[in-house]
Design a protein around this ligand. Structure first.
Ligand SMILES: Nc1ncnc2c1ncn2[C@@H]1O[C@H](COP(=O)(O)OP(=O)(O)OP(=O)(O)O)[C@@H](O)[C@H]1O
Length: 642
């Protein structure tokens, strides 16, 4: 992941929010530690009292109370720490989801979606274990170890030195293993992310995979990645499996040494039986906490690998929100209803203006010196060969990306100084791939205007030519759609997206090949609607259908990232060779489509299927495809058109 590092305080911030639960848990745990450490002392006194025939009932009761207190403290502490852990995961997921949703697209697009998913879901869960359970185990069991060692030092320093000597070597080996474990765990998290990313890629393109009979190839590829994750997982398992036995060997060696030396000293009388019993009890009490400390260090190291990945995701650069105060006043929006909400009458600022815009994805230039204007009303068509930069122009208007130089101006305001919400509130965008989501039709339509009135929804549905589709569905607008709008045809999905954009009542509507999947009748109906809408706001359409382009009030011809010409259909037919070629090729396509439709016994295409008589005449009268462009001086230039 190439994201900038997260603010270092992220993890501290997440844990600080849970400080009460964490502190409560640790304090209860510490009380439990005290109760554990006192027990051998009570046992030692019990042995001494029994040896001297003194009453022992009080000591036995105290011991029983301590055992019970120990259990109660330990479970309450576990509950508090566990709750803090769940809260941390929730906070981390909410924070990361927000960061991903507001991420700068240029940076987010560089990430693999599946890996982002793994970080958000899997790594946050692992992070919880590191930040709460294992950290608490390390602290509390560490306290038992430290406290127990002190008590042992008070009983017999020489026996303690013997114990520490045996354990020292094992502890050093365990620390070394724990370090290796962290590296292995990080590699395993990355490999798991890789697998998730690839799985997501395949699932998103499953129909393509099936159509290409590529299931076997994809399965092998996924198996390779799963295998890679298994190998790094195995390294984690090996290191984990070594951690406890290494320590156990040290513990067993120290127990044997303490038993041997201690018993010999008891025999010579230099160590009392009660002290020896207490020392041995402490040593037994230390076994489990010491092992747990090292296991928790191992788990913590694995969790730190997840924390690192969460941290990186949190560092994803965000879309900046200049909040410069140059924004629009609330309610300063156009209205589809009666047009009264449109900010200024014709003759004010253009709806959109590109001023000498240059842009590239990474180092690759895509647009250069692009200047044109889009009036506040009317239909503007953006045409050009595939890859000319048409969609990029739309994405710059939405400020999904920022221009390298020049300015994109929306209603007289440079969008560099507007917030994303201000820009996108005024611009409705129907994407090329007609994004619909799981949910009902209604939820999809009101997505950008959740408070829309029923009458407005009905109007948008009608204008988008979706009314017949909705009427034919048994549940109407409440019909449920699957992922990516499964349940609707491509054309119906496109109309749904148009309805969604219309309902937003934008000042500018961007349609990226919004009629590509529509049949002739549906396209004619939508063009009719667009004509009506274009009387009230700016409609900008990237269109490959000549019928849409012919009707445009003005056409901007893009060629290899530059504005080549601006004009009406007739002007461009006469003056621009590229446009003429595009129009002629399109006319030929339409003729082919028309004959195919005819042979399929469909009703004859209405007036909307073919260009108007005048246009057709204009097109057919044009020179053949491939003719060189006329001299640029003959064209109304982009600048002149402004
Ligand atoms: N996210 C991206 N990252 C890198 N390059 C991109 C990206 N999007 C588009 N491009 C490149 O930018 C150029 C312009 O793409 P764009 O989608 O704007 O063209 P277009 O005119 O809309 O094409 P089409 O008519 O085929 O949709 C293309 O060469 C494309 O490969």
């Amino acid at each position: 992941m190439t994201a900038a590092p997260a603010p270092r305080g992220l993890i501290r911030e997440l844990t600080r929010a849970q400080r009460r639960l964490l502190l409560g848990g640790v304090l209860l745990g510490m009380a439990g530690v005290v109760s554990t450490l006192v027990q051998p002392q009570i046992v030692s006194r019990l042995i001494a009292a029994a040896g001297q025939h003194r009453p022992v009932a009080g000591l036995i009761t105290l011991l029983a109370v301590l055992f019970l207190a120990d259990a109660a403290l330990s479970s309450t502490q576990g509950y508090l720490i566990g709750r803090a852990g769940e809260n941390i995961v929730r906070d981390a997921r909410v924070l990361l989801a927000g960061k991903v949703l507001r991420a700068d697209l240029a940076h987010l697009n560089a990430q693999r979606q599946g890996d982002v998913h793994t970080r958000l879901v899997g790594d946050t869960a692992l992070m919880k274990i590191a930040l709460t359970q294992s950290l608490a185990q390390i602290i509390l069991n560490g306290l038992v170890v430290v406290g127990g060692t002190l008590m042992m030092a008070l009983i017999d320093v020489w026996l303690l030195l013997l114990t520490v000597g045996c354990l020292g070597v094992a502890s050093a080996a365990s620390v070394w293993l724990a370090r290796g474990l962290r590296k292995a765990a990080l590699a395993n998290r990355e490999d798991t992310g890789e697998f998730g990313a690839d799985l997501q890629r395949v699932l998103a393109a499953l129909p393509t995979v099936k159509a290409a009979s590529a299931e076997g190839r994809e399965e092998s590829r996924l198996a390779g990645l799963a295998d890679q994750a298994r190998r790094s997982g195995n390294r984690v398992t090996v290191l984990n499996a070594l951690l406890s036995p290494v320590l156990n060997v040290g513990l067993q060696a120290s127990l044997a040494a303490v038993m041997g030396v201690g018993m010999a000293r008891v025999a010579t009388g230099s160590l009392g039986v009660a002290d020896f019993t207490a020392f041995t009890m402490y040593l037994f009490y230390l076994v489990s906490p010491l092992v747990l400390v090292f296991i928790s260090i191992g788990v913590y190291q694995q969790g730190r690998a997840a924390v690192q990945r969460v941290d990186e995701l949190a560092g994803l650069p965000q879309e900046d929100d200049p909040a410069s105060g140059e924004g629009y006043a609330p309610g300063d929006r156009s209205s589809l209803g009666d047009g009264s909400g449109i900010p200024a009458p014709d003759g004010g600022h253009p709806a959109v203006e590109f001023r000498d815009v240059g842009f590239g994805y990474g180092d690759r230039p895509v647009l250069e010196g692009v200047s044109f204007t889009i009036p506040r009303r009317g239909l503007t068509a953006l045409v050009g060969v595939s890859g000319a930069g048409k969609t990029t122009v739309f994405q710059l208007i939405e400020r999904f990306y920022r221009p390298g130089h020049g300015a994109v101006v929306l209603d007289g305001k440079d969008i560099a100084h507007l917030s994303p919400a201000e820009i996108r509130g005024r611009v409705g965008y129907v994407q090329q791939d007609s994004a619909a989501m799981r949910g009902t039709l209604r939820e999809n339509i009101v997505y950008a205007a959740p408070d829309a009135a029923e009458a407005d929804i009905a109007e948008a549905v009608e204008l988008a030519g979706l009314a017949d589709v909705v009427a034919a569905l048994p549940d109407g607008l409440d019909t449920r759609l699957g992922d990516q709008g499964i349940g609707l045809s491509g054309g119906q999905r496109q109309r749904l997206c148009v309805a969604r954009a219309l309902l937003q009542k934008p000042a500018v509507i961007l349609l990226d090949e919004a009629t590509a999947h529509l049949d002739s009748d549906a396209e004619a109906a939508l063009r009719d609607s667009l004509r009506r809408i274009a009387r009230r706001c700016a409609v900008v359409a990237i269109a490959h259908r000549i019928s849409t382009v012919v009707e445009a009030d003005r056409i901007v011809v893009l060629d290899a990232g530059r504005v080549r010409a601006v004009g009406t259909h007739q002007q461009l037919l006469q003056n621009d060779g590229l446009y003429r070629r595009l129009a002629t090729a399109q006319f030929a396509d339409n003729a082919l489509a028309g004959s195919a439709a005819g042979s399929a016994a469909r009703p004859a295409a209405g007036p909307s299927t073919a260009p108007s008589a005048g246009s057709a005449a204009g097109l057919s009268a044009g020179p053949p495809a491939g003719e060189p462009s006329p001299a640029p001086s003959a064209l109304p230039t982009a600048g002149a058109a402004r």
